[in-house]
Design a protein around this ligand. Structure first.
Ligand SMILES: [Zn+2]
Length: 224
């Protein structure tokens, strides 16, 4: 982050102090030390490698249960948009330990349909991706995948149905991808909130591969 932005952020934190998402007290972090200890929250970078998918590795921080599940539901469905700052905070904390973000040049948010974006007002993965790129200079966010079909919500479906449901619903956004044609050998990281069967990630990675991108991984906050 550049110097001026850094100063502006410091000023903004004085005017609008950070408050802990659990106890609501003014804190240095979005999850204060006390609450983190009380809840027993451990942030750990986990990596699973895959041979038979369009992405090589899946990186995640939590099992999708209890506490993190509640936060993700609030973030996605209850309009608690501000939580993107908290999610970014924990991703950066994981990165301080494991440096997993260092190898990536580009982050690609998994898109939501235009209709859903209109209804929710934001793409939850894009907000986090932008905040990460703001904090890490070597990473850029590229919105090079679009959702062309408004399919059924994946969480309502079984595994086989999920695979079918996402088939051919994504495409390369040619306008955004134009200047990336010469950078297809760089490392790309898809980002989403939850990984369940991996169907969505696999389908988005397929679109990137078809465009010529060689190295694609997926990051999600939680794994179901
Ligand atoms: Zn707290």
């Amino acid at each position: 982050m550049n110097f001026v932005l850094n100063i502006l952020e410091k000023i903004s934190n004085i005017v609008y102090p950070i408050k802990c998402i659990e106890c609501n007290k003014v804190s240095e972090k979005y999850l204060c030390k006390k609450c983190k200890a009380k809840l027993g929250i451990k942030i750990k970078t986990e990596i699973r490698n895959y041979q038979n998918k369009n992405f090589a590795s899946h990186i995640f921080l939590f099992k999708y249960s209890d506490w993190i599940r509640e936060k993700l539901i609030k973030y996605k469905f209850r309009d608690e948009t501000y939580l993107y700052r908290f999610f970014t905070e924990i991703i950066l904390e994981a990165n301080t330990q494991s440096k997993f973000l260092e190898k990536y040049d580009y982050i690609v948010p998994i898109p939501i349909s235009r209709a859903r974006k209109k209804e929710r007002g934001y793409n939850q993965s894009e907000l986090i991706a932008n905040e990460l790129a703001r904090k890490i200079d070597s990473i850029s966010v590229v919105n090079i995948i679009s959702k062309k079909i408004n399919n059924k919500v994946q969480s309502t479906l079984k595994q086989k149905e999920r695979e079918e449901n996402v088939k051919n619903v994504y495409e390369i956004n040619r306008k955004e991808a134009g200047n990336l044609e010469n950078n297809t050998d760089k490392n790309f990281l898809l980002i989403d909130d939850i990984f369940t069967t991996g169907s969505t990630s696999n389908e988005c990675a397929k679109v990137l591969k078809k465009f010529g991108i060689k190295n694609v991984d997926i990051f999600t906050i939680a794994k179901d």
